[in-house]
Design a protein around this ligand. Structure first.
Ligand SMILES: [Zn+2]
Ligand SMILES: [Zn+2]
Length: 181
């Protein structure tokens, strides 16, 4: 059976890794394993932007990716960008094995607010589901409350529920065979 691996990249809070693993297991119905921590992605730093290249980190992830067919999701505290956007919450290879999620802008501290661990965990779970959904070939959902909806702002992340909408859940059922609840 296909296994989903969750890999911390650099220093990542242990609970964040566990929360993403649990969300992926319960959403996609596949076994999820924790992968050993990967090195901090120092080489992906863009000095001028003081952000990390999402595509460069994904390329590095490829080097560690276990044999196919698996999904391999990296979690980082680093703030990510792609050239045409000021930032991204994550990135994935559509239909490929690799996905990446950043906690940087999911933390209330980023917005000058007090830390809120429960809110961080719910946000990172939704974004983990979103990016792994892309690796299964799923596209953005028109239901703004579905984790597969596009999110460019933290408000859009917070509008999402923890679980997929019925049509995305039906897609997952087709793709992974996960039972419909
Ligand atoms: Zn997306
Ligand atoms: Zn949906």
């Amino acid at each position: 059976m296909r296994t989903v691996y969750v890999a911390p990249i650099g220093e990542v809070e242990e609970t964040v890794v566990d929360v993403v693993a649990l969300a992926l297991w319960s959403t996609f119905g596949l076994p999820v394993k924790r992968f050993p921590s990967l090195p901090d992605p120092a080489a992906a730093l863009d000095a001028a932007r003081q952000q990390y290249s999402s595509s460069a980190i994904l390329r590095d992830l490829q080097l560690y990716c276990p044999e196919d067919p698996v999904k391999f999701v990296g979690i980082t505290e680093r703030d990510l960008f792609i050239p045409m956007l000021s930032f991204v919450f994550g990135q994935a290879q559509v239909g490929g094995p690799l996905a990446l999620v950043s906690c940087a802008r999911l933390r209330q501290e980023y917005y000058g607010l007090p830390p809120d661990p429960a809110l961080l965990y719910s946000r990172v779970a939704k974004e983990g589901i979103h990016e792994i959904g892309h690796t299964f070939g799923m596209v953005h959902c028109s239901d703004a409350a579905c984790p597969m909806a596009l999110s460019n702002t933290i408000a859009q992340v917070d509008r999402k529920r923890g679980g997929l909408c019925d049509s995305c859940a039906a897609l997952v059922h087709e793709i992974t065979g996960k039972e419909m609840l």
